[in-house]
Design a protein around this ligand. Sequence first.
Ligand code: HEC
Length: 127
Amino acid sequence: MKTQPASSRLAWLVLALLTASSAGQADATEGADVFDGSCAECHSVSSSIKNKKGPSLYGVVGRPAGQVPGFDYSDGLKASGLTWTPDKISAYIEHPKAVIPSGKMKFDGLSDPKERSDVIEFLTTAK
Ligand code: HEC
């Protein structure tokens, strides 16, 4: 049996790795792009807590909803009793009104599950 040249085996390995990463793991670097494109207009993740149209998202993953000092949250969000686990954030950014009907995040939602998991991965690095 003829062995394949090393370069061709390497090409297969690279292809397999690329396929695995695009199909599976959340990626904080891609999440940073999603954040810039979809969230940064209203949210900052800087450690020097800064509220824009929306509250600072610095350290938001795992935190109870409505805790950022100086941000005027909606009554719906304050009363939600939610903690921002990755699952809850995912549901919220998919369809904000489905999670907090009287909330005031005016965002159409991210329908792509990969974009949601990437941006949440990015948010977990912001703490
Ligand atoms: C048009 C402005 C706008 C955009 C775009 C937006 N948000 Fe928001 N976001 C808000 C506002 C306003 C609130 C406060 C909602 C309330 O009080 O009901 C909020 C609240 C939140 C909260 C709850 C924070 C807390 O302290 O309880 C999370 C999490 C969040 N947004 C994530 C995101 C993510 C992730 C994106 C991008 C995928 C995004 N938002 C896009 C305006 C926005």
